[in-house]
Design a protein around this ligand. Structure first.
Ligand code: SAH
Ligand code: F3S
Length: 470
């Protein structure tokens, strides 16, 4: 790990294209409205909440459609190539709004902004602003300066944690995301994240508890602690196991989740904290990536498939009802049919509740892009991906089918987009194992109820509300 740390981010650039006076300058923030659109992982959702909080405090008006906005900010993902392609397409479409609004400011934020800092102004010269994940505190200032050429702020910081900023949570959500650790120091060979999100740093535990208390006071009953390697959390005084207990101890918080843990840093202290703290939900997203020892070694994941199996064994021994989900990559450099078969075997053996499965997408700047050959043909990557998607679908369906006849505790989220067969509304929430559960009886959001499961699909439980006994 330490030698990879010396490979400092290639894309850590500080740059500003020359500024000239613009018709956009001189407008006061309060006269400008902002719309933020988010792509990618939960960290990006949480970051957009930080951005809207910063801009709201600076006097910008927040609006919910691009058509109403003077400023459109797209918070992006760089993890896979197709995510980037989609964002460029969407940005170009939004640029069309300029015809009706010549003063429109269009900005690209986040991981892709960081990744493509140097090429974006050429690929999409109509983009006014490119700001990386550590530049958000400077956004009000940057927006005041928007010039005729693209402004870039992609400085990565070793310390930016947005302390004291209360992210502006979406009002229709019952779960609040709380970022506890930013960046990543693991440098898995396929992954762009350490280059675009910079070095790992933990927020002070007091700041996290302050935020969680505020959320509980607002009525949130569930928090999900976030980080690229969330269980590597340590602020110098509090480790992740202790933080879990402290967050669970905040009055009003009934459910605590976290995502995504890094298997190597999963200590027995954390397993014990999970198993003995009732508020910590028995559900875990534990990315494995591959079942092949050779592949795991060339991915530099830091663990073997044997270690991973052992960890799953310890988790299940401590929490027999734990739901496990994972991430898998097919077709990483040199993956043979035999390597792939080992992934299939591991998935069949562990039987994850569900899995996010991806085909390998080479990312410029990563170790794999520099030193390995992306040699698995696209058609093979795709075919392997389809095979595990089909297999996992069957496993998920079987695991959920075993829930029929059982009662689950559900934190209600609200009205579901799904209609019942007779066209009437349905409602939904999530079980402790994070399964979406649908029922017909209207129950207000944030309420915790029990549902008798009557039927299931591979992704959803359906049932009826059990009336409280008292
Ligand atoms: N630790 C992070 C991982 C972020 S990336 C977390 O919190 O989830 C999310 C997932 O995308 C990874 O686990 C991996 O399965 C996948 N991924 C990352 N880089 C990829 C690439 N170059 N090609 C395909 N999938 C990739
Ligand atoms: Fe990426 Fe590995 Fe970190 S997958 S986010 S480099 S733990």
């Amino acid at each position: 790990m330490s030698d990879t740390l010396l490979e400092l981010p290639l894309l850590d650039s500080v740059e500003a294209a020359p500024r000239t006076t613009s018709a956009r300058q001189g407008r006061t923030p309060s006269s400008r409205s902002v719309y933020v659109e988010t792509y990618g992982c939960q960290m990006n959702v949480a970051d957009s909440e930080t951005v809207t909080s910063i801009l709201g405090s600076a006097g910008f008006a927040l609006v919910s459609t691009p058509e109403e906005a003077d400023i459109i900010l797209i918070n992006t993902c760089a993890v896979r190539e197709n995510a980037e392609a989609r964002v460029i397409g969407r940005a170009s479409q939004l640029n069309g709004l300029r015809r009706a609004r010549p003063n429109l400011t269009l900005g690209i934020l986040g991981c892709m902004a960081q990744h493509l800092a140097t090429t974006l102004p050429t690929r999409a010269p109509w983009v006014d602003l490119v700001a990386g994940p550590d530049a958000y505190s400077r956004l009000p200032e940057l927006l005041a300066q928007t010039a005729d050429e693209t402004l870039l702020d992609t400085r990565l910081s070793r310390s930016e944690n947005y302390i004291g900023i209360d992210p502006k949570r979406r009002s229709n959500s019952t779960n609040a995301w709380v970022t506890i650790i930013r960046g990543c120091d693991k440098f898995c060979t396929f992954c762009i994240v350490p280059y675009v999100r910079g070095r790992e740093r933990s927020l002070p535990a007091e700041e996290i508890i302050r935020q969680v208390r505020g959320l509980a006071a607002e009525g949130f009953r569930e928090v999900t602690l976030l980080g690229q390697t969330v269980n590597s959390y340590n602020d110098g005084h509090t480790d992740f196991a202790q933080l879990l207990r402290d967050v669970a101890g905040v009055d009003g918080i009934r459910r605590v989740r976290f995502t995504s843990p890094y298997p190597v840093d999963f200590t027995d202290r954390v397993i014990e904290a999970m198993a003995t703290t009732p508020q910590v939900c028995p559900s875990l997203h534990l990315p494995v990536q591959s079942g092949s020892e050779t592949q795991l070694a060339s991915m530099q994941r830091g663990y073997t498939a044997a270690h991973y199996r052992d960890l799953v064994g310890r988790l299940r021994a401590a929490m027999p009802d734990i739901a496990l989900t994972t991430d898998i990559i097919t077709g990483f450099c040199s993956e043979t049919e035999e390597d792939f078969q080992q992934t299939v075997d591991l998935m069949q053996e562990i039987r994850f509740d569900s899995a996010y499965m991806f085909k390998y997408s080479e990312r410029s700047g990563t170790h794999a892009a520099r030193a390995m050959v992306d040699d698995v043909p696209e058609a093979v990557k795709k075919e392997r991906l389809q095979r595990i998607i089909g297999m996992q679908e069957g496993i998920s369906r079987e695991i959920n089918a075993a829930m029929v006849g059982r009662n689950v505790e559900v934190l209600v989220e609200g009205e579901s987009r799904r209609r019942a067969d007779d066209g009437t509304a349905t409602y939904y929430g999530r079980s402790p194992q994070s399964k979406t559960t649908i029922f017909a009886q209207p129950v207000p959001a944030h309420r915790i109820i029990h549902v008798a499961v009557e039927r299931t699909s591979s992704h959803t439980l359906f049932g009826r509300v059990i009336p409280p006994t008292e």
